[in-house]
Design a protein around this ligand. Structure first.
Ligand code: IPE
Ligand code: IPE
Ligand code: MG
Length: 238
């Protein structure tokens, strides 16, 4: 893997395709979800190696509550097991765990584990890992508006910067690169405010097969992008 010139500060991933990965193998969907946690360690460690400072992963959306109960309960169980299994390793590697979304409404035991993990890792600085769990971009914006009103903010003070402070992602810069696996080309309610100027990378690979090499390919593609933010690139004259 050659050295890359530009490393995005913040990468966000829509980890999609677990169900189809399982289906292809004649396995139940939950096997796909389980497999989709087993590659996470490699991807997180690769992010740290590449020098990425913030990684946000979409694990469970506000819309995922509409799945069959059995799948939801299975997912909760898998996340809990994963936290138990990975927490020490994450902590050892200097990963700071944060949660984005609403913790209320999820399994009490899982809530408690997430809170303990956040507390344990709060001083770590190598990589900030935002886990989007019970997360929805519209819900996040609505919650922000409610908090802004409740705090009696002066409407004249409201700008992008102040608004961003009310989002679940307060303290993280906007994502530079958003990756979606499994060949779907949609945002599915993910970081709809923060992703305004993100570069997108799509791969047909199902999430359980996504690895360090795939991440590298996404970073190579990112390096070829010309981020103009609505301006004209003077050097290229276009
Ligand atoms: C992503 O995989 C994981 C979650 C949404 C929790 P899917 O479960 O959406 O997999 P597909 O899209 O059905 O293949
Ligand atoms: C988005 O994937 C949510 C997560 C990856 C957690 P979905 O599979 O739920 O999204 P849709 O339904 O295809 O838009
Ligand atoms: Mg999906």
């Amino acid at each position: 893997m050659d050295t890359l010139q530009k490393i995005p500060a913040h990468v966000a991933i829509i980890m999609d395709g677990n169900g189809r990965w399982a289906l292809e193998r004649g396995l139940p969907r939950l096997s796909g979800h389980k497999a989709g946690t087993e590659n996470l360690r490699e991807v997180i460690e690769a992010c740290a190696e590449f020098g990425i400072k913030y990684l946000t992963i979409y694990a469970f959306s506000t819309e995922n509550w509409n799945r069959p109960d059995e799948e939801i309960q299975g997912l909760m169980r898998i996340f809990r097991t994963m936290l138990d299994r990975e927490l020490n390793n994450l902590h050892k590697n200097g990963v700071q765990l944060r949660h984005i979304g609403q913790l209320d409404g999820i399994d009490k035991k899982l809530q408690q584990k997430v809170q303990e993990a956040i507390k344990l890792t709060q001083g770590n600085q190598t990589l900030i890992l935002n886990v989007a769990f019970n997360y929805g971009g519209r819900d996040e914006i609505l919650q922000a508006v409610k908090k802004i009103v409740a705090n009696g903010e002066n409407i004249d003070d409201l700008d992008d910067e102040l608004f961003s402070k009310y989002l679940f992602t307060a303290g993280s810069p906007d994502p530079d690169l958003i990756i979606r696996t499994s060949g779907e080309f949609r945002i599915s309610n993910f970081l709809i405010w923060q992703g305004a100027y993100a570069e997108w990378y799509f791969t047909p690979t199902f999430w359980p097969d996504f690895n360090k090499e795939e991440l590298y390919q996404a970073l190579v593609a990112y390096n070829e992008r010309d981020r103009r933010y609505g301006k004209v690139n003077q050097a290229k004259g276009k």
